[in-house]
Design a protein around this ligand. Structure first.
Ligand SMILES: Cc1cc2nc3c(=O)[nH]c(=O)nc-3n(C[C@H](O)[C@H](O)[C@H](O)COP(=O)(O)O)c2cc1C
Length: 358
């Protein structure tokens, strides 16, 4: 049942479960000579880690990690890079109530039905704990992308019905200044209040993460099946709890006419650019040098405090109790995950692009 590897040249394999010994990853295909900044990997893991604020799950993990191979005197050697992140704060007995019953809208039923066995503790492999490995690998991908001037920035643009004013300029520098990771302080406070209210009620709420990529070279993306937006879509839809992906004008394009949607070409600063960017920086599946922008929609996650109607593994009626620590809203922690997955797609296409012409 192999589906734990992502990428064609820069290949990431992740392993591990929420309440096992730890989470880990192997990157095969990282070019040699990349300066591996361990402090940067740690700071990226810290942005994703549980227990970082009052609006996320209170599981405590310091996310310390060990690089086991592939790095010599601070530089990648071109051999497989292996990183291990031990689990420190498992409370597996908190999950004994779901050993026999399926939580509605979680992965319990489908894992059991498919494999006939499942590690139920903390959701096992289906837990978002696995995304720590993606964030560590994404940090290394970002180190390579930085060398060619690619910047990836994600932020929370909506929680429930609280959303940012689309006409306001985005203050990129302000994203990390509040616990919800929304660049607009006023909207951020409303989002925090809403998450706290939902948490008090023992419920969960959905949200949206927006992502902007600048400095992407022209020509990334491999038509026809590996179009850049298709690979970004796969990367985003592969993140736990994601329900929607749109790039450029997204679903709003449905209500537009070609005359308003078309991005007119212009010459600016000696380069071919477009006047508008409804294409979201990608045309025909290939980056066109304009900023790439997309949105990712996250559902209100399954774990709620009130008991829910369900069945047990024998099909008998049962109640799923809402015990265990959980996120009332995942988007503040999802921001670095979205960036990491985008970085993995871009670095892979950057390396693939080197084989296009001799
Ligand atoms: C950062 C993050 C944290 C999450 N925390 C929880 C949680 O505390 N409780 C929960 O039920 N689901 C949580 N999820 C979602 C589950 O992992 C996910 O819903 C589950 O694996 C089923 O997959 P699906 O929703 O993609 O179908 C989280 C997701 C992310 C991205």
């Amino acid at each position: 049942m192999a589906a734990n590897t992502f990428g064609e040249i820069f290949r990431l394999t992740t392993f591990g479960e929420s309440h096992g010994k730890g989470i880990g990853l192997i990157i095969d295909g990282c070019p040699a000579g990349i300066k591996i900044d361990e402090l940067f990997i740690q700071s990226e893991l810290d942005r994703r880690k549980p227990g970082q604020s009052k609006i996320v799950t209170q599981r405590k993990e310091d996310e310390s990690f060990v690089i086991q191979s592939g790095v010599f005197e601070g530089y990648s050697t071109g051999t497989p890079i292996s990183i291990f992140i031990p689990n420190m704060d498992q409370k597996s007995k908190d999950y004994s109530h779901i050993e026999q019953v399926f939580r509605p809208s979680h992965a319990d039923y489908t894992y059991q039905a498919k494999y006939g066995i499942r590690d139920h503790a903390g959701g096992g492999r289906s837990s978002a704990r696995e995304t720590a490995a993606r964030v560590a690998a994404g940090a290394i991908a970002k180190m390579i992308l930085n060398q060619v001037g690619v910047q990836i920035t994600a932020y929370v643009s909506q929680v429930g019905h609280v959303m940012m004013d689309e006409n306001k300029e985005i203050q990129i520098d302000n994203i990390e200044n509040n616990i919800v990771r929304c660049p607009d302080d006023e909207t951020a406070q409303k989002m925090i209040d809403l998450i706290m209210q939902v948490k008090k009620e023992g419920d969960t709420i959905g949200g949206k993460v927006a992502c902007i990529i600048t400095g992407c070279p022209i020509g990334l993306g491999a038509p026809v099946f590996d179009k850049l937006h298709a690979d970004l879509g796969k990367a985003m839809l592969g993140i736990n709890a994601v329900k929607g992906f749109e790039y450029g004008s997204g679903f709003a394009c449905v209500a537009m006419r070609g005359s308003e949607h078309n991005d007119a070409f212009i010459q600016k600063d000696g380069k071919i650019q477009t006047k508008t960017n409804h294409s979201g920086g990608i045309q025909g599946g290939i980056s066109n040098g304009m900023p790439i922008h997309f949105n990712v929609g996250f559902k209100p996650v399954a774990t709620i405090i009130s008991g829910q109607q369900t069945v047990d593994i024998n099909g008998n009626e049962s109640i799923a109790e809402g015990k265990g620590r959980h996120d009332p809203c995942v988007v503040p922690r999802a921001v670095p995950i979205v960036e990491a997955m985008a970085a993995l797609v871009l670095v892979d296409h950057l390396l693939r692009n080197k084989t296009v012409r001799v």
